[in-house]
Write a protein that binds this ligand. Structure first.
Ligand SMILES: CNCC(=O)c1nnc(C(C)(C)C)o1
Length: 319
């Protein structure tokens, strides 16, 4: 089974001013003369980690990673309540990707994204197909209403009834018919204790359910206050607006990808973004290789998923 390439450090990094008061943290890793690839993290609001650099052969790829608006090392951080989110939408991020592409000076690049990153990758590729050499996608998420309701209102709750009680805890029973809406109210509360309690409950729900087997380290990351506040605020903001898509937009427009080489990797037991969406994308984009991993959940570093992701990036590298 293939696994991550060795740990590496960036050979360059910085912050790009993209307007609206936003500074986007970016870093370049691997071979400056290598095949260009951009990595799109999940959430939205999760930020990049050093392991994300390791999905690509550093001898053959020039790897750009960046923290999307208001999260990670980008500024202003959404954990601050004076950080407003109205200039953080899918289409702002698509424009940021183009700004970064022009900054690094490439005409096209491989786009790699998992979960929310797969939605952003699809949005970018459907908007700018001429800028995408290949797509490598994992844990397909297109923010259709049924997808959001499954994970945040009713569905995944049937598989994790114990953890679901903790997700419900901050919300009074008479508001539980619209949990995304009820969480929005608490994530914008003037009371910092109310905000933090809601943010941690929201963030830990996801952090506790994205791997096939429990991962206490990942749960702890999601419970950390600054991370949880940004992650929950940004996710809830996007989900309240349906990802800023028209209903079913990414699947309906997948015909724009017919000439783009691609690989779709999906865990059979992905509770966060169930396989039905990946299958719908496969049906709409049959040219892409579709790999359903029978012993995996959602996370990129589940053994079977990681194996196919590394095989995919290797297969597209020069040489
Ligand atoms: C609903 N959020 C799905 C998503 O983008 C996602 N799933 N897991 C993650 C991290 C592990 C990166 C937090 O992001």
């Amino acid at each position: 089974m293939r696994t991550l390439y060795p740990p590496i450090e960036p050979y360059d990094s910085g912050t790009l001013d993209v307007g609206d008061g936003h500074g986007i943290y970016w870093e370049l890793c691997g071979n400056p003369a290598g095949k260009p690839v951009v990595f799109l993290h999940g959430g939205p609001g999760a930020g990049c980690t050093p392991d994300h650099r390791r999905l690509f052969d550093p001898q053959r790829y020039r790897i750009l990673l960046f923290d999307q608006r208001n999260c990670g090392r980008s500024t202003p951080h959404a954990s601050r309540m004076d950080t407003e989110l109205h200039t953080n939408t899918t289409w702002h991020l698509v424009e940021d990707i183009e700004r970064l592409r022009k900054m690094v000076g490439v005409s096209k690049w491989q786009v790699f994204g998992g979960s929310w990153g797969s939605a952003l990758a699809l949005a970018y590729a459907e908007e700018h197909p001429e800028r995408v050499s290949e797509l490598v996608l994992r844990g397909i998420f297109t923010l259709r209403n049924q997808e959001l309701l499954w994970f945040y209102q009713s569905g995944a709750s049937f598989l994790f009834p114990d953890l679901w009680e903790s997700y419900l805890a901050p919300i009074p029973e008479d508001e539980r018919d619209d949990l995304i809406g009820a969480y929005a109210k608490r994530l914008s509360s003037p009371d910092p204790e109310v905000r933090l309690r809601a943010a941690q409950a929201w963030s830990v729900w996801e952090g506790s359910t994205i791997k096939l087997l429990p991962d206490e380290k990942l749960r702890a990351v999601h419970a950390e206050p600054s991370y949880a506040l940004a992650f929950a605020r940004i996710e809830n903001h996007y989900f309240l607006h349906g990802g800023f898509f028209t209903p079913g937009q990414l699947i309906e427009n997948a015909g724009k990808l017919r000439s783009t080489p691609g690989v779709i990797v999906q865990g059979r037991y992905d509770v966060c973004t169930p396989a039905t969406t990946a299958f719908d994308l496969h049906r709409a984009w049959p040219e892409a290789e579709f790999l359903l991993v029978d012993d995996a959940g959602h996370a990129f570093d589940e053994p079977g998923i990681l194996h196919h992701l590394i095989e995919a990036t290797d297969s597209f590298a020069f040489g």
